[in-house]
Design a protein around this ligand. Structure first.
Ligand code: UDP
Ligand code: MN
Length: 414
């Protein structure tokens, strides 16, 4: 006990230990206090001094008593208890007659708002103003102008099906360009749209910043996976999104939108018409092959009657659809009975199949055959999105799209 006190005391014989010629008085405050003469101290000051300071009086013989340390401990505990019980930093609300916790409170209780109201109160609740409704409706794209003649349209507005757009992504120089482009397209799509963006093993700062800046509804997920036994990272990242949709029973149309493809607004609106599984042709531009390839359904009205494909190596596929060429009802993932699925095994993308077979093996888990598919838009003769192969993996500059310094100036300003 004594040795602990000695190390804690700032006035302890440190000058000797450090070999310094200190100007501090080696006397402790308590020593000073006591050395002023006990008689000059009032009984209260003597009591306080006795509690808080250690008396360094020369002792004739070492007689250790537990009474004083115990008494000091008790006093400290008692003071601490009183401080703890005090309504620290709180305001007294005179009107309601109770204490309101200040902003410094460490309690993280959600604010509870009482919604119990009498009928009289309800009558006095302010109705939204027509002007505000119209402005909101213009923002949502329900009407083109805030014109009162369109009020009926606004009041009759029923929000469309939710679109759940799943995008695997990874941090690289060109990512900012791709994610910003896709995010800005999604921002133009009529709500409700939920963008689920999935990264491998960590949520990068770059992705988080882009998502935050876009002002759309999103969820930034992380797929935790040992990368050594991964063939196609995107497959596992999409599966993380599927697990999330299944676990939270998210309702809407699920669409896999890779970050580097080109999407028209019309595509997203068409998806809202799908009941179970919808598909359409995708334009594929292969840089290396220098030719355009078309992949997707041949339709008679909305009925799928065949498939376009240019790839001989992929003839053995059951369905010839690109990953960005179909969308499906999310409830198939979490309500298999409703869709008469023969099994309730989770629907997932497979990393074990040959390249180019991910789409067909996935679709085979959702539908039995073409009769359960819907070709969109009617006749599926319109290309609404394009799958390009223009990846520039080696591009290293400028990192984060921030210029660390100016380029060498070769044309000075006039
Ligand atoms: N992707 C990813 N991690 C990777 C490679 C790809 O998250 O290591 C994503 C990528 O951002 C894109 C999707 O997976 O959204 C498809 O990747 P890519 O465009 O390279 O494949 P391809 O179009 O050639 O099939
Ligand atoms: Mn791609």
């Amino acid at each position: 006990m004594a040795s602990i006190r000695r190390t804690l005391s700032p006035y302890n014989d440190r000058s000797h230990q450090n070999g310094l010629n200190t100007t501090f008085s080696p006397q402790s405050p308590s020593q000073k206090l006591f050395s002023q003469g006990r008689k000059t101290l009032s009984p209260i000051r003597r009591f306080v001094a006795g509690v808080f300071f250690r008396k360094h009086q020369p002792r004739k013989s070492f007689q250790f008593s537990w009474r004083k340390p115990f008494f000091r401990c008790f006093m400290c505990f008692f003071l601490g208890f009183l401080l703890g019980m005090a309504p620290f930093n709180s305001d007294f609300n005179e009107l309601s007659g109770d204490f309101r916790k200040s902003d410094f409170s460490l309690e993280m209780k959600p604010e509870v708002v009482s919604v119990q109201r009498s009928a009289g109160d309800l009558a006095s609740v302010e109705k939204p103003k027509e002007d505000d409704l119209l402005i909101g409706a213009v923002e949502l794209g329900v009407v083109e102008r805030a014109d009162k003649t369109d009020m009926k349209k606004v009041l009759d507005f029923v929000p469309g099906r939710q679109l759940i757009v799943v995008t695997p992504t990874y941090s690289r120089a060109i990512q900012a360009y791709y994610l910003t482009r896709l995010g800005q397209v999604l921002r133009l799509v009529k709500p409700p749209v939920l963008w689920i963006v999935v990264e491998l093993n960590e949520a990068s700062k770059e992705t988080a910043e882009i998502l935050r800046s876009l002002g759309i509804m999103y969820r930034h997920l992380v797929c935790v996976k040992n990368t050594t036994d991964v063939k196609d990272r995107g497959v596992h990242q999409r599966n993380t999104a599927l697990e999330h949709i299944e676990r939270h029973k998210l309702d809407g149309m699920v669409y896999f939108a890779d970050d580097d493809n080109i999407y028209s607004l019309e595509l997203f609106e068409s998806m809202r018409e799908i009941s179970r599984f919808g598909t359409w042709p995708v334009g594929m531009l292969a840089q290396s092959k220098n030719k355009a390839i078309l992949e997707g359904p041949v339709c008679n009205g909305s009925q799928v009657i065949g498939w376009h494909t240019n790839e001989k190596s992929k003839r053995l596929r059951r369905f010839h659809v690109d990953m960005s060429g179909f969308a499906f009802n999310s409830s198939i993932l979490w309500d298999p009975k409703r869709w008469h699925r023969p099994t309730s095994d989770p629907i997932r993308q497979l990393d074990t199949v040959k390249e180019g077979f991910q789409e067909t093996t996935f679709i085979e888990q959702i539908v039995e055959d073409e009769s359960q598919m819907e070709g969109i838009p009617l006749g599926c003769n319109k290309i609404m999105n394009w799958h390009l192969h223009l990846e520039a993996r080696g591009l290293a500059y400028p990192k984060g799209w921030v210029l660390p310094k100016n380029l060498d100036v070769v044309i000075p300003s006039k």
